[in-house]
Design a protein around this ligand. Sequence first.
Ligand SMILES: NC(=O)c1ccc[n+]([C@@H]2O[C@H](COP(=O)([O-])OP(=O)(O)OC[C@H]3O[C@@H](n4cnc5c(N)ncnc54)[C@H](OP(=O)(O)O)[C@@H]3O)[C@@H](O)[C@H]2O)c1
Length: 268
Amino acid sequence: MAELTGLRALVTGGSSGIGAAIARELAARGADLVLTARRKDALAQVAASCAGVRVDLVVADLGVEQGAEEVWAAAIAGGPIDLLINNAGFGAFRAFALTEPTRDAEMCQLNMTSLVELTKRFLAQDRPRGYIVNIASIGAYQSVPNMALYAASKAFVRNFTEGLHDELRGSNISATCICPGGTKTAFHAAAGAGDYSWLANASMMSAESVASIAVRAMLAKKRNVIPGLINKLSCFGVRLVPRRFASWFSARVLGKPKLVLPARKAAA
Ligand SMILES: NC(=O)c1ccc[n+]([C@@H]2O[C@H](COP(=O)([O-])OP(=O)(O)OC[C@H]3O[C@@H](n4cnc5c(N)ncnc54)[C@H](OP(=O)(O)O)[C@@H]3O)[C@@H](O)[C@H]2O)c1
């Protein structure tokens, strides 16, 4: 019997990238899944790749108020949740003055508010054991010009999760923060990025590597894990330099933003 057999995991942003890879990793370890995102077809494709476990799909938008409530109600209709993977998120690679206010609000709702709401509901359950994984970013370690709101949202996720981890120490539930660096997913096209420096491109990891590290960190009940050596060095390095320099350097590593951001996706 696999180590997560009999447990049920809710994975937000399960339709692509890191969330899809985490779903497959959890399925391989025996966990039943509830995958949620806005795109039904993409969710169904991921579900088809998760063999040998039960997979429920919840098509919903976590970028709007009530989204978390809707997702949670649909998820627990099939039974309690033992693993909560708060992975859904997006960024905008553009000066803040040029982003659309509605997209800013959606980012705050998805990256922070819905994550907090799902975590609250998860903790209100009475379960013999439980794991929370919140996906932040190396952007949580410093300010990032042209991704200012995104980096701030991820600093929120990191601080929230580390505080929660410490509150839960000694209990049957753990909270783990994962701070990936650049990962080869649809994130970059959705953010309107594409002109990264050689360093940003050279340090890109696969979604599968990040997912495998995330699930192992979760099972080890780690507090915070940064996948990849270059990413670890970069996050350690920012402690040694003035914050202003770290911010300036991150803008050089990211390169110039493209002008056009893709339009918002609707639930299908
Ligand atoms: N890729 C990177 O370089 C990188 C680096 C650091 C951190 N991260 C973080 O990793 C997490 C996963 O991103 P990824 O790289 O795997 O990108 P991705 O492939 O674009 O996946 C994002 C996921 O979030 C879902 N999502 C987006 N908006 C949503 C909304 N309003 N409601 C519900 N679901 C929504 C998407 O599904 P639908 O479109 O079907 O809704 C998709 O499943 C994010 O939190 C991201 O910030 C990524």
